[in-house]
Design a protein around this ligand. Sequence first.
Ligand code: HDE
Length: 756
Amino acid sequence: ENNPLKAAADKLAETVKDGDEPEAVVPGKPASRTPSLEEPTEPHEPLPPKSDQEKPAPHTATGRPTGGSSEEFSQGGAYLTNAQGIRLPDSDHSLKAGPRGPVLMQDHHLREKIMHFDHERIPERVVHARGAAAHGVFRGYGTAASVTKAAFLGKDVETPVFTRFSTVVGSRGSMDTARDTRGFATKFYTSEGVYDLVANNIPVFFIQDAIKFPDVVHAAKPHPDREIPQAQSAHDTFWDFVSTHTEAFHHTIWFMADRGIPRSFRTMEGFGVHTWRLVNEQGETTLAKFHWKPKAGVHSQVWEEAQITGGVDPDFHRRDLADAIEAGAHPQWELGIQTFPDTPEQTFEGIDLLDPTKIVPEELAPVQPIGLLTLDANPSNYFAETEQVAFHPGHLVPGIDVTDDPLLAGRLFSYLDTQITRLGGPNFAQLPINRPHAPVNDMLRDGMHQTAVHNGVAPYKPNSLDGGCPFFAGSDEGGYVEVPASVAASKKVRQSPESFADHFTQPRLLWLSLSAVEREHMISAFTFELGKCYENAIKERTLRALAEVDPHLCEQVAEGLGLPAPAATRELPSLRPSPALSQVGDKWPTAGRMIGIVADDNADLSAVRALRDQVFDGDMVPLVFAPAGGELGAGGDDPVTVQRTFATGRSIEVDALILVGNIAQGKDSFAARDAKAWSGTVEEAVDPRALQLLTEAYRHAKAVGGLTAARPVFETAGVPTDAPGVVIGDDGAAVLREIVDLLGYHRVWERFPADA
Ligand code: HDE
């Protein structure tokens, strides 16, 4: 009945034409394979295997089928077995000569269990080691049809995707909130094969030529002698490199801006960085840059918040992504392109499009939306999916081609190469997460970890033994045909073009485009990072570079370092700012944001309940904070579940905070004792941990509110109740309404002293 060989043979019989002897192909009997003198010319499905090439038994010892989809290879059956499917009576005790005797070498179960465990880890990615990922769907708008024939961008075409976000420098176990660039890599399982958009959350890169990648990464990674610091750029080798290699400055200034400490993966932009070449049905080409725009808006943490988060919740971004998806708040990004005419110069408004350290301001070339990404499912196994996914900028579909960007050229080599080490051989495309959803007939054979059982005798072309299979596909059959772009005839040189030479105009453009508060953050970031360096020469050299960006920036950082501020070596250009580069100013949807509600047993619980319901009604997430776990009003009619105790919760988790009571505890209460252990004092009328929640949220420019009963907490904390973004009132619903309005701007930016 369910015989795959017969099915294949039947299918072939349908496609074979008169005179092709279809009757000769019957399961269990050898197919007629009289070699013809000429290579066959008609494409058709692969020939079925010969009888002596049949696959191994189609079922495992546990009764599971061996072939086909990924699930069929994973766990099944009600009993614990070893890897060979043998059922086991015990997996807790080694085989011993008596209960206190020596362990016997013949214990093959012990040996297999430990052997497998010993090899559970694979090498982490050399960069982007720490990541989190999700499944989703991409829907094309059809708006890109005039510039690219890529099928997945067609109107309402839905393509399954897998997106992995990452930090760059830290190891797999490092914290999520380090100041760093973030990776934003998406695998599209399109009908034409896999397309990978391997992007970052910063639109430019440190270097203009891939040959320098090991240098920048060695400089950013921990020092080779002590292997510290972990996941940090704030150390001598990084700033040594950046200050001596000023083409890195544009990328560096971007991650010294708030972009280096995103609030969430959900609030990051993504950038393809390089200029790509798009091709339409007519074969016409257009140059393009890819942008991901988050529907939730671009939003970052503030520095102290990021540092606290690194300690109290190193998995902050990973948790945030998974929780949001599980709660049904599916994050979305719009994919857009900036397009430029494919002229022989490959420049736009004087910007060299092949230079990956340059942006094209959106005001000069608008980002035009071409599709929507929705992440709607968490991985079911971190290792199988997030760890084993293998991205590669060279995974391209017809309609998207490369340019001569020298950084891209090196990437096209590097990603495949690194997977061989990381995934243990060349067959990683067969891993379930990497498998294309389009048919694969690649003639690649054997190698470490080969899991396919290939049929046929002729994995070469041309052949006649396998009926000429597989066939070539030209453009008309969906083949990937490279654009016959001209290559400049020139002498071989190790040189960059003169148009790559300006390292400071665009960093200045970013500085000039930021709001006052973002500039303050950038000054603090440079001051912190350089303050962590030991060598004065490195600080002084970096200050000289900052002087080429802006005198105020340079002077402020110099003051913080206690060093003289150098002057620029040239007259600084006056530039038109690009408002699109600032994260501040827009109003964004508040769905999916977290609201902390702080209460204790003495608080008005009906107000807590009402607030919680209203937060839910606004598609946001309420988190009830209280001195102890369990329930508020326990034993009553409608107790309130506590989600965070003062011991387990910190303000960093919430976007806004509302206090319902005055959180004052009797001296003998658990809360008072716990608070004493925490702060060494119970003198304050208000629990010191509630004060900390409030002062932190206030300092981090979050909207904070309270019912009138909570006024003493604000007074004891020294938080002025008339300050921007502080809302006190008798009506909880009204307080929440104002808070939500403030949340649309992400933070109460007016609260920061900003005179930059
Ligand atoms: Fe990568 N990069 N990269 N990179 N990159 C890797 O590939 C490399 C660059 C990016 O979630 C590695 O599988 C070189 C730019 C992301 O699995 C490696 C150069 C951009 C990820 C590699 C660059 C990126 C990587 C390490 C300069 C943004 C994580 C593990 C020539 C456009 C993908 C791996 C994931 C990962 C090489 C520069 C993005 C070593 C040589 C520019 C998002 O192959």
